[in-house]
Design a binder for this molecule. Structure first.
Ligand code: PLP
Length: 285
């Protein structure tokens, strides 16, 4: 495992690489666009946002959601790309089928994802760690048929793998089956995260591009404070892609980044605290 480092920033006055997160807001600041923005900033990137939904959320769970109109989500994407430009993009909480359709149409229009010029990381967020739905019940098919074919890297956790493929990942063989199934749905690189295989002492992730299986294992960090870990991993992959890393190197970098964030995760509120993307600032050595 490569020690994750702060990726090189640019000289004063020079423009950094640009990234865009298309995701929901977490008022508690642990996940969603807030986690993405922190990670991108610490990777020396300029971070742009297309907000899909505002969640009312603290460390105990999500108690309300207001969705942004599909037109305004698409307009945010067009506004950013037409002026600022993006070197890599990521999707997180997409909330509803009409929002997904608008995002997929706009990605196709703007050359984002699907092997086009701007790489896209799709984190197929369905629910929070507390089980609160972050995707409408009728939107799963749209997520599968519109977003997965656009995913240059798809990053489901095991619950999301089960919802998307019907495969229950319990070991290395079923993890490979799931990676094949996600590729068959159109993802260029399928990442089956093993972090929820709780009986393992490592967190075994499997990356597959239809040709080679690449395993990246990191030590399992036992902490209740892992809110936002999935977002942070996908954001770190996206950030490394914006810096020009190939996908396997981006994953290795991102796993190291999240492992450090989990090692320094902090309690917050009465529930689950967040993975700490500020680990690099809090403990620079
Ligand atoms: N809230 C928002 C807005 C998110 O985007 C996400 C994950 O993507 C979550 C909450 C869930 O994070 P966790 O599963 O770590 O609770």
């Amino acid at each position: 495992m490569t020690e994750p480092r702060l990726l090189p920033t640019v000289d004063p006055g020079q423009s950094p690489a640009r990234v865009m997160t298309i995701a929901g807001s977490d008022s508690g600041g642990g996940a969603g666009i807030q986690a993405d923005m922190r990670t991108f900033a610490l990777l020396g990137l300029h971070a742009c946002v297309a907000v899909t939904a505002v969640t009312v959320q603290n460390t105990l769970g999500v108690t309300g959601i207001e969705r942004i109109s599909p037109e305004i989500v698409a307009a945010q994407m067009r506004s950013v790309v037409s002026d600022i430009g993006v070197d890599a993009a990521k999707t997180g909480m997409l909330a509803s089928a009409p929002i997904i359709d608008a995002i997929a149409d706009t990605c196709e229009e703007l050359g984002i994802g699907g092997g086009r010029e701007v790489p896209l990381v799709v984190d197929p967020v369905c629910a929070s760690m507390h089980g609160d739905p972050l995707l409408a019940a009728d939107a799963l098919d749209t997520l599968i048929h519109r977003m997965i074919p656009l995913a240059d890297v798809l990053t489901p956790n095991l619950d999301e793998v089960r919802l998307i493929t019907g495969i229950d990942v319990v070991d290395a063989a079923t993890q490979r089956d799931a990676a094949r199934a996600l590729r068959d749905l159109g993802a260029r690189w399928a990442l089956v995260k093993g972090g929820h295989l709780r009986d393992s002492e490592v967190s075994p992730d499997l990356l597959f591009d239809g040709d080679q299986f690449i395993s990246v294992d990191t030590p399992r960090i036992h902490t209740p404070h892992d809110h936002g870990a999935g977002d942070t991993l996908a954001a770190a992959i996206c950030g490394a892609l914006a810096h020009g890393y190939p996908v396997p190197d981006a994953l290795e970098f991102a796993k190291g980044w999240v492992t450090k964030g989990l090692q320094s995760a902090y309690p917050l509120g009465a529930g689950h605290g967040p993975v700490n993307p500020l680990w690099r600032v809090h403990s620079p050595d």
